[in-house]
Design a protein around this ligand. Structure first.
Ligand code: SAM
Length: 274
């Protein structure tokens, strides 16, 4: 197996999935077929890669590790459908790497320390068809949480406003080597097709959400009136509550992504600037 003798690097979030049943289960969840182009993020020693190579039209692996990337390249040297990119996925122009990006599938057991940046990198426009990721259990819970739940916040709104997201199954820490300090879960993210929001609405929703959950213990109306990033005139806030028959004295965590979007759509154009 590629890089078998290599030592796991904590700085790169290396916890290798050694349970073969779970490896297969994750790849099955992706449901990639012979016509699909697949991106795998952080293939490491090839735990998922081995179940994908040869079964899809094209498999692109992006791995940052200086030992593991060359090891993967030599392991798959005879398979022209596999391409190894040695680099940081966050610096990689993914739609350029996979020209049919909007049809592509993405899979990865990704490093815990950069889960959110990777998620937002993948959810920039244009978006791939489907993403199956192994993430920390707590992050999975935050992605799928509904309004009013403890885990609900900016991450849930950010993901759910552009995609359908589901927690598929939990993965115990004992399935990895070295054994990490937390449990994991596999999530599936299907970006809305076509996107439901205009790019400008997405941008404005991000600003509102970030500000609202920064002050999550305050009433939404106070945040709308006072948060320095928002710039909303008092009268516009009063009008909003009346127009939507909404009690804006509630805390932000009780507002669903749809409701927050409704607020964004009704706020004056010059509010929610950069
Ligand atoms: N997929 C393998 C598995 O399931 O056993 C490895 C998973 S390990 C949690 C994360 C992998 O991502 C490691 O191989 C690590 O070197 C790689 N990685 C870390 N940061 C990365 C980055 N910025 N870009 C690409 N790969 C990265």
């Amino acid at each position: 197996m590629a890089g078998q003798r290599h030592r796991a690097k904590k700085s790169l979030g290396q916890n290798f999935l050694v349970d073969a049943n779970l490896q297969r289960k994750i790849v099955r969840a992706l449901g990639a077929g012979p016509r699909d182009e697949v991106l795998e993020i952080g293939p490491g020693r090839g735990a998922l890669t081995g179940h994908l190579a040869g079964r899809v039209h094209r498999l692109v692996l992006v791995e940052i590790d200086d030992e593991l990337a060359p090891a993967l390249a030599s392991r798959f040297a005879d398979d022209p459908s596999v391409q190894v990119v040695h680099g940081d996925v966050l610096d990689t122009d993914l739609p350029r790497l996979l020209p049919r990006w909007d049809e592509a599938l993405v899979v990865g057991n990704i490093p815990y320390n950069i889960t959110t940046p990777i998620l937002f990198h993948l959810l920039r426009r244009p978006r791939p068809r489907e993403i199956v990721l192994m993430v920390q259990r707590e992050v999975a819970d935050r992605m799928v949480a509904g309004a009013g739940e403890r885990a609900y916040g900016a991450l849930a709104v950010g993901v759910q406003s552009v995609a359908d997201v589901a927690l598929l199954f939990p993965v115990p820490r004992t399935a990895f080597r070295p054994v990490p300090g937390v449990d994991s879960a596999v999530v599936r993210i299907r970006p809305h097709r076509p996107p439901r929001l205009e790019p400008e609405e997405e941008r404005r929703l991000r600003i509102l959400t970030r500000s609202a959950f920064q002050w999550r213990r305050k009433q939404l109306q106070k945040i709308l009136r006072r948060h320095p990033a928002l710039n909303i005139p008092e009268v516009a806030v009063d009008r909003l509550g009346e127009e939507l028959h909404l009690d804006l004295a509630r805390r932000p965590e009780t507002f669903s992504p749809d409701l927050l979007l409704e607020l964004v759509r009704r706020l004056p154009d010059d509010a929610l600037g950069d």
